[in-house]
Write a protein that binds this ligand. Structure first.
Ligand code: LFR
Length: 487
């Protein structure tokens, strides 16, 4: 009898329960349940509806039981940096605030006025993003913090609600920008700076640790399979990197979802001056690795364009419309913070950006989509060069995984601009990485190296080779543009 594994994978825009089993040397996936996610304004802040997400997990588990699976193991991964404050009674004090809430817009400057940035970077190796947990806690309501017994990261909190057991898993904890790289523990100086005590965080554990069984009380409420929860690489990006095929010698990855995370898997962190200057991060990966990467705004931009268009288009339709347009009609710094959560909507923001920089303003759905896709590809290609420069060797392939790996248009543009082979897929790398850590924990797979062979054997991975018409002129213009707007 093969074991049955279930990945709960929740991103900023949707969540899913994916069932995985090994059959004849292949990993087979089945999507059992999918639901929407998003934040809503409540009590003055953009907040996640965490109770609703947990309800959806139970709905998914009931479907799994109904489909005949009576015994499973389960892993949970979500986005990073956000947290739940839990009171003395073991209950959450409020719904968690989203990292896209504007409460931390000026917090990096405030916090680093007497704690230098390079000092924090040396300690943590983590990129400066204004939504890191460090700045969120800095802005947290002091009274609430004083009532807080435990601070739990989102996937740890979900695991706690399911099992009654609380831990802090390191791949996600590293995104707080509060873990000390050298000591491997929360940094006391940084905790002090935000009025948090070390014991307010549950104990740190590595990815691949057994958490425990579902609390019996849930079985009275729902019809559930017998479930053991394993703490996987709970940060979705960490799971996505585990689920990357890793084709090529010096391969880079691009985890392409709501965010685009572009980087390289390292065994030793790189927190030197160049990494600091380019704001690269060393998030902790599964099995002692580091995710040396850069956050790029990603599909968030097109997701919002799609939502705001008066007519309903699927992403596939938007790609088809984009393909009818010429690429590079305007240059956009997709990582400009104005696109993080624009108050007047994404379409308006893109259009005013082009007006302000005296460039062609995209109007139609196709023009808008091409503006986004071609500028994302330009950003990727540029970052690949920077990544190679920092590491001191050129990258020879880019493995694109996640939903964005289905966009052939971007895969090809990126291959041509960067003059690099692109391998696209699997699109469900995050759920796959989640399942793989469970399988390694249970002894069904030996290690990540073999897991990646299994991914190559099990999924259709498309190769894109650079075209000779390599848009080098546009790429150079773009780089000049980027330098100018960033200075
Ligand atoms: C991707 C991701 C990124 C993180 C961002 C915010 O879903 O987890 O890695 O920087 O969301 O949590």
């Amino acid at each position: 009898m093969t074991n049955t594994y279930v990945a709960v994978d929740i991103g900023a825009s949707s969540g899913r329960l994916m069932l995985g089993q090994l059959h004849d040397g292949k990993l087979q996936l089945q999507e059992m349940h999918r639901f929407k996610n998003g934040f809503v304004k409540k009590d003055g802040h953009d907040r996640w509806q965490i109770d609703h997400l947990i309800e959806e997990i139970f709905r998914g588990l009931e479907k799994i039981k109904q489909a005949g699976y009576s015994k499973i193991t389960l892993g949970i991964d979500t986005w990073a940096v956000d947290y739940v404050l839990v009171g003395q009674d073991g209950k959450k004090l409020q719904d968690p605030i989203s990292y896209r809430d504007d409460r931390t817009s000026n917090s990096i400057a405030k916090l680093t006025s007497d704690l230098p940035k390079d000092y924090i970077y040396k300690k943590t190796g983590i990129q400066f993003l204004d939504f890191n947990t460090l700045y969120q806690l800095f802005e947290e309501d002091k009274e609430l913090l004083a009532q807080t017994s435990k601070i739990m990261m989102i996937p740890d909190y979900i695991g706690y609600v399911l099992t009654g057991k609380a831990v802090t898993e390191v791949t996600n904890a590293s995104t707080t920008q509060m873990l000390n790289l050298r000591e491997g523990l929360f940094d006391h100086d940084l905790l002090k700076k935000v009025n948090v005590y070390p014991d307010q965080f549950p104990k740190l554990v590595d990815a691949g640790t057994v958490l425990g069984n579902l609390s019996t009380s849930w079985y009275q409420k729902y019809d559930l399979p017998q479930t053991e929860v394993i703490t996987v690489a709970t940060h979705d990006t960490a799971s996505a990197v585990v689920g990357t095929p890793g084709i090529g010698q010096h391969w880079a990855y691009l985890s392409s979802g709501t965010w685009s995370l572009l980087g390289s898997e390292l065994n030793v962190p790189e927190n030197g001056i160049e990494a600091y200057r380019h704001n690269y991060t060393n998030e902790w990966g599964a099995y002692g690795t580091y995710r040396f990467l850069k956050n790029i705004m990603g599909l968030w931009i097109i997701q919002n364009v799609q939502k705001e268009l008066p007519q309903a288009y699927s992403f596939a339709e938007l790609v088809t419309l984009a393909q009818k347009e010429k690429p590079f009609q305007q240059y956009i710094d997709v990582n400009d913070s104005r696109f993080t959560n624009p108050a007047n909507g994404m379409i308006k923001e893109l259009q005013s950006y082009c007006q302000e920089t005296q460039q062609t303003v995209p109007q139609t759905p196709g023009e808008l989509a091409m503006a986004v896709y071609s500028n994302l590809s330009l950003y990727y290609a540029n970052e690949l060069e920077i990544l190679g420069d920092i590491l001191g060797y050129p990258l020879d392939s880019l493995n694109i995984v996640g939903g964005g790996s289905n966009v052939d248009l971007m895969n090809q543009l990126t291959a041509t601009l960067a003059q690099i082979d692109v391998y696209a897929g699997p699109s469900e790398a995050t759920a796959i990485g989640n399942l793989i850590v469970q399988m390694i924990t249970q002894g069904d797979i030996l290690n990540v190296y073999l897991a990646r062979r299994l991914i190559i054997d099990s999924f259709n991975i498309k190769k894109f080779t650079p075209k000779s018409n390599n848009y080098s002129e546009q790429f150079d213009q773009y780089k000049r543009f980027l330098k100018e707007v960033k200075s």
